[in-house]
Design a protein around this ligand. Structure first.
Ligand code: AMP
Length: 287
């Protein structure tokens, strides 16, 4: 028998609904405008947990002053329909006033790991992310929470926060879901016009080229960064913001690739800022 999906908006509604959910609860936080990437997290939660909750909240505190908060795409009816199809039990759609009432003044900040990559380009972004995720975790009280590898630094930062603040929650990081031509699915892809959409495959192409070099034996991190830059430079509609070849756990830039490694980048296609990454697994130890 399928249960009716419960919708909650206020904190009281969420808490009452939470009491109705039995067993192990899996939680999928999102900003809505859902695509297969989000739904893959919900499906995974469905297979691993007794109950599944999702949130839809475009979190204002993780957007910079010149970012796309006001035009961030939204379609709540469609999102709810998709979550219902996956078998989600509870969807929480708080308002900014519920999450940040007047007088709000408590922030959660992960320090070291947020200084590089996205954190360097988007000051304050991760403070907004960790604060809202901590609030969502406290309200929803899941046993497991699902995040996408697409936002690799975000997943690493959340894992760190959960360790540091003793949240009794297991963080599950799920693979990046891609379009057939390799473009990582993102709510922001809707901003791309047809030419830009073609050009946007440059992130996947650049990551693939660097990975191919790695697989041929290249271990010089600067050469791998150089390969990614070279591919991006050949795409006229693309403007690179950064490329990185960093240690997977610490996110520190590498000189030599020796262990598990994150290749990542941010690229502007017109005004749309896209990110993507590949993980290079640690090479086998040879004796
Ligand atoms: P967002 O709505 O962009 O905040 O994303 C909500 C969650 O979905 C985050 O954990 C993202 O990492 C994850 N996500 C977004 N895009 C993808 C994708 N293409 N594949 C897998 N997970 C994704």
């Amino acid at each position: 028998m399928t249960r009716q999906m419960i919708l909650a908006s206020t904190l009281d509604e969420l808490r009452s609904a939470r009491l109705l959910l039995d067993g192990k609860l899996g939680f999928v936080p999102t900003m809505g405008y859902l695509h297969e990437g989000h739904l893959s997290l919900a499906r995974r939660a469905r297979t691993e947990c007794d109950s599944v909750a999702a949130s839809i909240f475009v979190n204002p505190t993780q957007f910079g002053p010149n970012e796309d908060l006001s035009k961030y795409p939204r379609d709540l009816d469609r999102d709810l329909h998709l979550l219902e199809e996956v078998g989600v039990d509870l969807v929480w759609t708080p308002t900014p006033e519920i999450m940040y009432p007047p007088g709000f003044q408590t922030w959660v900040e992960v320090q070291e790991m947020t200084r590089s990559l996205e954190g360097a380009m988007r000051p304050g972004h991760f403070r907004g992310v960790t604060t809202v995720v901590a609030k969502l975790f406290n309200a929803v009280q899941p046993q497991k929470a699902y995040f996408g590898q697409k936002d690799a630094q975000q997943a690493a930062v959340i894992r760190q926060m959960v360790r540091d603040l003793n949240f009794p929650i297991e963080i599950i990081v799920c693979p990046t879901v891609r379009e057939p031509d390799g473009l990582a699915m993102s709510s922001r892809n809707v901003y791309l016009d047809p030419d830009q959409r073609k050009a946007a495959t440059v992130l996947f192409r650049a990551l693939s080229a660097a990975k191919a070099e790695y697989e041929k034996g290249e271990r010089d991190a600067e050469k791998l960064r150089g390969k990614m830059k070279e591919v991006i430079a050949r795409e006229p509609l693309a403007q690179m913001q950064y490329v990185s070849c960093a240690d997977y756990d610490t996110l520190q830039e590498l000189d030599k690739v020796t262990g598990k490694t994150l290749l990542s980048m941010a690229v502007f296609i017109g005004k749309t800022r896209l990110i993507d990454n590949f993980v290079l697994e640690a090479p086998p130890v040879t004796s």
